[in-house]
Design a protein around this ligand. Structure first.
Ligand SMILES: [Zn+2]
Ligand SMILES: [Zn+2]
Length: 150
């Protein structure tokens, strides 16, 4: 029994030690609308936690996802991107720079799709997985040819 209590003390102690790091990871992802990847989080927290590894960031993000604290937007340009806004909403993804933008609008009106898009009435669109692709404003400005080069 004493051994068990001691083990629990060690475990809870370890948990406490990691909680600030965990809070920072979650807080950082929630503080931005840029839908960052684990590397973005790692680069920002590394100066605060010199012993932080990219693997630790991944592990914490995965557990936050399992707890419903974070959502995944999916893999964009080879890296999984995350969202601190867990309520279902569609996304716009720039095909060139990988920028992810939240698309707002009433979900009951045309299932959150832009006007002109007709969803057959027997289909249900999962807003969490609705993604529109194109070019963001910055990429359009940088490229006068615009849509032709997507
Ligand atoms: Zn772009
Ligand atoms: Zn989002």
């Amino acid at each position: 029994m004493i051994i068990i209590i001691k083990m629990m003390a060690v475990l809870s102690g370890r948990k406490k030690k990691h909680s600030r790091k965990r809070d920072e990871i979650l807080g950082l992802i929630r503080s931005t609308t840029s839908h960052p990847g684990a590397r973005w989080v790692y680069e920002r927290l590394k100066p605060l936690f010199p012993r932080l590894s990219l693997g630790t960031v991944y592990r914490n993000i995965r557990s936050f996802r399992e707890e419903g604290e974070l959502a995944s937007v999916g893999v964009v340009q080879g890296e999984e991107r995350f969202d601190g806004r867990v309520q279902p909403h569609p996304h716009f993804i720039c095909s060139r720079c990988g920028k992810i933008v939240d698309i707002d609008g009433s979900m009951d009106k045309n299932q959150g799709m832009p006007e002109g898009v007709i969803i057959p009435p027997d289909l249900y669109v999962d807003p969490r997985k609705t993604v529109l692709y194109g070019l963001c404003g910055d990429c359009r400005k940088a490229d006068e040819k615009g849509m032709t080069t997507v």
